[in-house]
Design a protein around this ligand. Sequence first.
Ligand code: SF4
Length: 246
Amino acid sequence: MTTSTTSPKSATRRSRASSEPKSGPRSKPMKAADVRPFIEALAAANPDAESELTYTDAFTLLVAVVLSAQATDASVNRSTPALFAAAPDPAAMAALGTDGIAPYIRTIGLWQSKARHVAALAARLVEAHGGQVPSDRAALEALPGVGRKTANVVLNIAFGEATMAVDTHIFRLGNRTGLAIGRTPRAVEDKLVRRIPPAMLRPAHHWLILHGRYVCRARTPECWRCAGAQWCTYPAKTEPKRSRAA
Ligand code: SF4
């Protein structure tokens, strides 16, 4: 899954530190004409980019995304098969309740509050939405444990909307590459939505997250093997480390 795993606030704090060189010039805005080729290069590097979370429908996607806040997709995927087998739909999840959900997710960070949120959101889906995940942003964001970023992921993946969920990777990437420089996740989101060609916006969510996760890493970007390096404005591009024998 290519969903976000970090809250916007912590993304702001961490990415501000990791997206910029410790000294020297900062990234300039990427030229408008360079946005399309940059995104196309990331797409070509990950043509089949998709979610790395395990889910089967909109409900299990929503739960998995809520569980993935400040946790890795891999840690969520280790827990959710048993949880979803026990509670595959909102009614069953609501019946399981906080105490019933907790044992399944104890290895995921913040599991206590997440158990409460998942139980409450499942109950809300049953009470207010006929057991269905709503496709409306306001209704999604009104669910316990669901903020703008989670709503954007669900709208993008489950309902096909061209949304941009800004997690820690996308926040860092936007600032570091010059693609979308902004001080808050919302500012970066708005710039990405404005700058990325509309037809590319929905899959761009996946391309950017995978690029940030595996190439343009938080601590040290691997610029020497980056498909988008020629358009990226990061002023401190890295080179491969030389071996001792070299
Ligand atoms: S060139 Fe480096 S900083 Fe720029 S996108 Fe690629 S990995 Fe990230």
